[in-house]
Design a protein around this ligand. Structure first.
Ligand code: AMP
Ligand code: DBH
Length: 533
């Protein structure tokens, strides 16, 4: 017999005990039915209830429909933390349009590569953030990529030929909702190659991610989550982040400043209970508490993730903030590991927790791909119900990033204790993790060698007390007199994002080599450290 109530595309699906009945855009309507009059979002003096959010997302989806966007199209979203970011994302999902989630710090170089690959039809940005004008970026992007038919800027004083987000308002003509297994959104990977890779996440796998994550972080209706790192980051969007908190009736406070004298009073004012930080920010916050005296007693959980953290820093954080700490080791490709809220102290201090699903299938392997002995260090491979098995339109990279059995090669060196807890020991990927921002060495090397006076460039990560890792560029070339400042300026002028510009420069006459004649990056790291001290 035909089931008339359920269109085939919305058949429920269960992943590891969590039953999903609607795609993400439809889930919002359920949340609005349950918690309609509660506050969902706060940004500055603005706030929005769940019911108002649901209505706003409908009107915005209607306006997007009116502008000619349709199911299967892609849009590029590069918005700071704001109500506009959340409504745009959810409106796209409701319409079956695929958002590409770019970080506010990305510039022409990255965005151009993404647009060329994914061919989005629209670009959404703020007018301005921290003094940067996105209109200029929008015009350059549009000039280079005619696929971008529509530019929408959020904020006052929007140029006439661009649409303004707040003006986008039209009745929504409901569409056949996407299937749970359909592509929902494209996230960006830090990656190790020249251009950022796009990570295709489905409604089901992403909803599972934020629903299970909300359980892991003890989120409920009285949770007040403060998002200060970019909402386009998987950690902040779904671990449990913005979506995980909304899915449990909690409130999300949106902010963009990371400076302690703005954020700490905001925590007090909004009675924030949950917050996620990267280790370098945590260090700053601990230092700030020696002079900053806002009442932070509302805090219940401090999540730390995105990069390696010292046990000593975690301990200090416990003492200074008096809250439960949760270590989070995750990746936009899927797998998320958490320390559990009731884990023993030594687990919380020294490990990055264990996978959030029993269906996560992990394997730790040596250089030859053989599983290491228990407790030994090797590369982490992972597959499971919410981990991708290919990047979006990246055939060449897929072969290198996934095994024949469908495991994602994380490039992370880890070990696992008898209880299953994972500790991240290092990385085999040629990537710099600078304060949680992932930088591909290859990309910076390619940009450096575009300078006429630089023949060869090798970029490595050196340990840094403030950044976790800093970017060091080793250069070969005839002149060797190029001042650091000139190189920085060259990179900036060529559209490189500020956080990717190397922190340290050194000229070299011979590349150090390993026993088998390969470039010895370890030696370069040692050199970078020596020059520093
Ligand atoms: P991405 O693939 O760009 O989402 O970046 C994910 C990568 O960030 C992981 O593969 C790790 O290298 C790193 N990472 C994330 N969380 C942690 C953590 N808690 N400790 C150490 N490294 C981390
Ligand atoms: O670094 C990451 O990509 C990350 C860290 C913590 C992540 O994607 C996540 C949690 O979901």
């Amino acid at each position: 017999m035909l089931d008339l109530d359920l269109a085939p595309s919305t058949k429920p699906l269960t992943i590891d005990g969590i039953t999903l009945t609607a795609p993400i855009g439809g889930m919002l309507s359920e949340w609005a039915r349950k918690w309609g009059s509660r506050i969902a979002l706060v940004h500055g003096d603005d706030s929005m209830t769940f019911a108002a959010l649901d209505r706003r997302v409908d009107r915005l989806a209607g306006a997007l429909q009116n502008s000619g966007l349709k199911e299967g199209d892609r849009i590029l979203i590069q918005m700071p933390n704001s109500i506009g970011l959340v409504t745009t994302l959810l409106a796209a999902l409701r319409l079956g349009v695929t958002p590409i989630m770019a970080m506010p710090a990305q510039r022409l170089h990255d965005l151009s590569a993404l647009v060329a690959n994914a061919q989005p039809v629209a670009y959404f940005a703020a007018r301005e953030l921290h003094g940067f004008q996105y209109e200029v970026l929008a015009r350059s992007l549009q000039q280079a990529h005619p696929c971008l038919r529509l530019i929408v800027l959020d904020g006052t004083d929007v140029p006439e030929d661009y649409l303004q987000l707040s003006a986008l308002d039209a009745p929504f003509h409901p569409v056949q909702p996407p299937a749970l297994t359909d592509l929902a959104l494209l996230l960006l990977s830090g990656g190790t190659t020249g251009t950022p890779k796009l990570i295709p996440r489905t409604h089901a796998d992403y909803a599972f991610t934020f629903l299970r994550s909300a359980e892991m972080a003890g989120v409920d209706e009285i949770t007040i989550y403060l998002a200060i790192l970019p909402g386009a980051h998987n950690f902040i969007l779904s671990s449990p982040g913005i979506l995980g908190v909304l899915s449990h009736g909690g409130r999300v406070v949106l902010a963009n400043a990371a400076s302690c004298d703005e954020i700490m009073p905001l925590i007090a004012r909004e009675s924030v209970t949950h917050i996620a930080l990267v280790p370098p920010l945590l260090r700053l916050w601990i230092e700030a508490r020696t002079w900053e005296s806002s009442d932070l007693s509302s805090l219940r959980l401090l999540q730390i993730g995105g990069a390696r953290v010292d046990a000593a820093l975690v301990k200090q954080a416990q003492e200074v903030f008096g809250t439960t700490i949760q270590q989070v080791y995750g990746m936009a490709e899927g797998l998320i590991c958490y320390t559990r809220l009731n884990d023993a102290q030594h687990v919380i201090l020294n490990t990055q927790g264990r996978p959030m699903s029993q269906e996560d299938d992990i394997m730790i392997v040596d250089m030859d791909g053989h599983e290491v002995a228990p407790g030994e260090t090797g590369e982490l491979l992972t597959r499971g119900p919410y981990t991708i098995s290919n990047y979006y339109k990246a055939a060449a990279q897929n072969a290198a990033s996934f095994t024949a059995e469908g495991y994602y090669r994380t490039g992370d060196l880890v070990c696992q204790d008898a209880d299953g807890n994972i500790t991240v020991m290092g990385r085999i990927k040629e990537q710099i993790n600078r304060a949680g921002e992932k930088i591909a060495a290859a990309e910076v090397e390619a940009a450096l060698t575009r300078h006429p006076d630089i023949e060869e460039a090798v970029v490595v990560a050196a340990p840094d007390p403030h950044l976790g890792e800093r970017t060091c560029a080793f250069l070969k070339g005839p002149s060797r007199t190029l001042p650091d400042l000139a190189i920085r300026e060259f990179l900036r002028k060529n559209g490189m994002e500020a956080y990717k510009i190397p922190d340290q420069y050194a000229w070299i006459t011979h590349w150090p080599q390993t026993a088998v004649g390969k470039l010895d990056r370890k030696k370069l790291v040692a050199l970078a450290q020596k020059r520093d001290g």
